[in-house]
Design a protein around this ligand. Structure first.
Ligand code: BTX
Length: 248
């Protein structure tokens, strides 16, 4: 492999120098019955974001997907995404970069010059399949701009390399992310606490764009289904999905 990754967390790691999408490969593995497998790539040629958006994945990043089979109802599968974002955020902070989670699950490096609250360092795409009211499998896919140079990043994005001025050891970073993720994933209360501790969105004025309306107010909490609680001044709205901007 172009990069050696080691991992002592209880995951088997399948490594690719280049692959279309680690989530696609993880879905194949899930369909054939695999569990606790990590697909990790140096480069993706067809990386996907949410809502069929493209995710730019040049060499040097951390592009990984985990096949999990938690004992959860589909409505609470968001806990897995929250565990991954909290784990990634904690590991990033250990490199010295002051990242925070923007609801639902982006990692941002705060930057006052950006109306949306900061520059995007990472994103998570979670896919799942339910079966008889339970989760059959869930795949959190993490895209983290680790050693990606500025000229390979989209506008409004940043990387650990850009922030630190030097490359990080991806092997260590991945191991820390997976160990934390493993510790959090079976524990809803710890997951929510860790998410809250790393959240940029709480106690912030936000504008959340929903398909039919826009909700503006103070973000006051996150539920353990991952929904954002927004105090509009007149009522508390529980928002399940949408694009969120931080307002000043
Ligand atoms: P998202 O839909 O929230 O964000 C996608 C948007 O982010 C794009 O439309 C673009 O504006 C911006 N963007 C694209 N690439 C980058 C980048 N490298 N850094 C910062 N901003 C970017 C977020 O989706 C979820 C992304 C998950 C990616 C992982 S990588 C491993 C796994 N495999 C896979 O195909 N997807 C996931």
């Amino acid at each position: 492999p172009a990069v050696e990754y080691g991992c002592e967390a209880p995951f088997e790691v399948e490594y690719h120098d280049s692959i279309a999408s680690t989530n696609d490969r993880a879905r194949e593995l899930a369909a054939s019955g695999a569990s606790d497998v990590v697909v990790l790539a140096d480069e993706q040629t067809g990386g996907r974001g949410r809502l069929e958006r493209a995710w730019s994945s040049p060499p040097g990043g951390v592009w990984l997907s985990v096949v999990c089979r938690p004992d959860l109802s589909p409505a609470r599968a968001t806990l897995v995404t929250m565990a991954m974002s909290a784990a990634a955020c904690a590991a990033v902070r250990e490199t010295g970069v002051d990242a925070a989670i923007k609801w639902p699950n982006d990692l941002l490096v705060p930057d006052d010059a950006y109306a949306r609250g900061g520059r995007k360092l990472a994103g998570i795409l979670t896919e799942m399949e339910g079966e008889a009211g339970r989760v059959a499998w869930v795949i959190p896919g993490l895209g983290l701009n680790a050693n990606v140079p500025a000229d390979a990043l989209p506008d409004d994005a940043t990387s650990l390399l850009v922030e630190l001025g030097e490359a990080v050891e991806r092997r260590v970073l991945v191991q820390r992310i997976l160990e934390r993720f493993d510790a959090l994933r079976g524990d809803p209360e710890a997951t929510r606490e860790a998410w809250r501790a790393h959240a940029a969105t709480l106690d912030t004025r936000v504008r959340v764009t929903l398909p039919e309306e826009t909700v503006v107010g103070e973000a006051v909490d996150v539920t353990d289904a991952g929904a954002l609680v927004v105090d509009t001044g007149r009522e508390e709205r529980v928002v399940h999905a949408g694009d969120c901007e931080h307002l000043r």
